[in-house]
Design a protein around this ligand. Structure first.
Ligand code: SF4
Length: 608
């Protein structure tokens, strides 16, 4: 992070300088550390500028000019998600900063790229990380409530790296080191580049899927939904094709996604010598490090493809598992590190119990486009045997007292398992609570969310209860629910509140739906269409969204006015009163602002 540190390592000029909106934490859960260490492993020297003050040119010049390029990212999280609450209020803390201090600018990738372009004209700029990756096409931006152009049209960058970036960054660095110019790097899978419109007209690449352009999708919601469905189909490294989207000044071209790392490659990335600590120059702790400092990433990818999660567009559906030897080596290393107190905080990935699961098609044909990977597919090898063996070995490592599973588990998979996974984690790997995410219980909402139906959750709860019998200390399920999701109506939320009441569930883990870039649900929120069927979808907004959220917290007296309003509008006054079954007592007045509006269908909608 400084020239002095570089000089100690014999470095006079860094090959690559990474700029990030996060503090620099040398831990594999932090993208900058993963990319920095991987590039180092490829043989390049890497300098890191963490959280530069935008108003200070010196902050960007501190490591001088890189020999090859600048790599810029907003950090582990989209800067707008990081800086604002779902209600669009500015957050008071940034957990990726020392002391939680607020230093990250809004739209950090664009801001940093502009600054670098101004201070280092002509030096190549590559942008990546979650913010750039999920804004690679024209996209709905919740914070401005409008469609923005691809980030490549807004930021003066040469390339966008999308998805997990080790392979792409290695290829860019190697090709530039061998003398190729950045503007000739147009065939690296997992990257996006911009082509001049005249060149596009002259020599349009073959086998490319052209989707409706920015002008069209920003004016016509059905065109936006069609564009989304078209690029969604191409996000597979095996069968995905390049995708082009015209913009006013350029055509933005996404190459097909990069192949996931093979198991030996993934092992190598996680075997690198991370110190698992924040940079020693920081005087205050980085809050985001504490919960993950001694956790282990066992795999990448998630085939759940929940509609509100953009992970399918980033890590993909194909599960990439590390070898158990590599994970065990990492835990052994951790036991010798300062601060380790015998607790492995997590062994997981996006969904903890997808480790080691596979389908033969993933390697040869990619993940099915029109089918959901679920236990009902006979090709999915859903046994959790490999996970059980791994966890039992980790438990036996000298110095390890507890091994927790803190990542959420997919309960439909746990139910399909035949190796005793659920019993094992209840016995050894959860303290008092197990996180699960049914998100809703109304079938038409769970279908739109791409989550299992209520019956599956009920079966899981029953199995969990059976496992509690005879246990000295009772354990509890911690279900996550969501209000305000597209497709969810007030009667659906009332059904959920009644379910919560009848099952005496704890409902602190409630999210109000936030449309983050490039998720299927965000597309529905903006357009009012299911992009895969083009059927209209009801989108709760404004007062209705507030009522839905209040229904989740019906026990909170502060919500009673809104809840009475919702129950009255839905004709469920039977739930108002003093009876045990009632959600709220009588009394008070309601604003009358919500009157059960019909689903909003855009005026200029074209339904094919
Ligand atoms: S065959 Fe089944 S498990 Fe394999 S990719 Fe298709 S849906 Fe998924």
């Amino acid at each position: 992070m400084s020239l002095q540190e570089g000089e100690k390592l014999g470095i006079r000029q860094f090959d690559i300088i990474l700029i990030t909106g996060d503090a620099y934490v040398d831990h594999p859960s932090f993208g900058t550390a993963l990319i920095g260490r991987t590039l180092w492993d490829y043989g390049f020297s890497v300098g890191i500028i963490a959280q530069p003050q935008v108003k200070s040119p010196d902050a960007f010049k501190v490591l001088k000019t890189p020999r090859l390029f600048f790599g810029i990212s907003s950090g582990n999280v989209d800067s707008m998600v990081n800086n604002y609450t779902p209600n669009l209020k500015r957050r008071g803390e940034d957990v990726y900063s020392p002391g939680g201090n607020l230093t990250r600018p809004d739209r950090a990738t664009i801001v940093y790229a502009n600054k670098v372009h101004e201070l280092f004209p002509g030096v190549p700029i590559v942008i990546g990380g979650i913010e750039a990756s999920l804004r690679r096409f024209a996209h709905y931006d919740y914070w401005q409530d409008r469609v923005r152009q691809s980030i490549l049209a807004d930021a003066p960058a040469d390339l966008v790296v999308f998805g997990m970036g080790e392979r792409q960054m290695g290829a860019i660095a190697q090709r530039m080191a061998s003398g190729e110019r950045v503007d000739t790097l147009r065939n690296i899978p997992g990257t996006v580049y911009a082509m001049e419109v005249a060149e596009w007209r002259r020599s349009r690449p073959e086998e490319i899927v052209e989707i409706p352009g920015f002008t069209e999708v920003s004016q016509d919601k059905s065109a936006y939904a069609r564009a989304f469905a078209l690029h969604y189909r191409e996000q597979d490294p095996v069968h995905g094709r390049a995708v082009a989207q015209p913009h006013p000044k350029t055509v933005v071209i996404q190459n097909r996604p990069a192949h996931p790392l093979t198991q030996p490659e993934l092992d190598r990335v996680y075997d690198l010598p991370y110190s698992r600590r924040a940079h020693p120059s920081y005087l205050q702790p980085v809050p985001a490090l504490e919960p993950v400092q001694f956790s282990v990433t066992s795999h990448r990818g998630c085939f759940g493809a929940c509609s509100f999660c953009a992970l399918t567009h980033h890590q993909g559906r194909i599960i990439q598992s590390r070898s158990s030897d590599s994970i065990i080596r990492e835990v052994r290393r951790m036991t010798k590190m300062p601060g380790f107190k015998g607790v492995v905080q997590d062994v997981g990935g996006p969904t903890a119990n997808m480790y080691g699961l596979s389908c033969d098609l993933w390697g040869t044909a990619g993940a099915c486009v029109d089918k959901r990977c679920s236990p009902s597919c006979k090709n999915l090898r859903a046994s959790h045997g490999e996970q059980c063996s791994l966890l039992s070995v980790i438990r036996g490592i000298p110095g390890v007292k507890h091994v927790f599973i803190s990542s959420g588990i997919r309960y439909d998979l746990a139910l399909a398992d035949d190796s005793g996974y659920l019993g094992m984690i209840c016995d050894h790997h959860i303290s008092g609570h197990l996180k699960v995410a049914p998100e809703h219980i109304a079938w038409k909402v769970t279908r739109i969310m791409n989550k299992p139906d209520q019956e599956v959750f009920d079966q899981f709860c029953a199995q969990f209860e059976t496992l509690q019998q005879g246990r000295k200390k009772r354990q509890y399920l911690l279900p996550y629910f969501m209000s305000g999701h597209p497709g969810c109506t007030i009667p659906d939320m009332i059904a959920l509140a009644v379910y919560i009441r009848d099952h005496n569930l704890y409902t602190e883990q409630v999210q109000d739906f936030t449309p983050t870039p490039m998720s299927v649900s965000s597309c529905m929120y903006y357009t009012g269409f299911n992009p895969f069927t083009m059927e209209p979808v009801h989108v709760p907004r404004g007062q209705e969204k507030k009522i839905q959220r209040s229904l989740m917290h019906y026990r909170d007296p502060a919500n009673q006015v809104l809840i009475r309003e919702g129950l009255t509008a839905a004709g469920r006054t039977d739930l108002i009163g003093r009876g045990k079954h009632c959600l709220v007592p009588e009394g008070g007045r309601f604003s009358g602002r919500y009157v059960g509006k019909k689903p909003e269908i855009p005026k200029n909608a074209k339904i094919p």
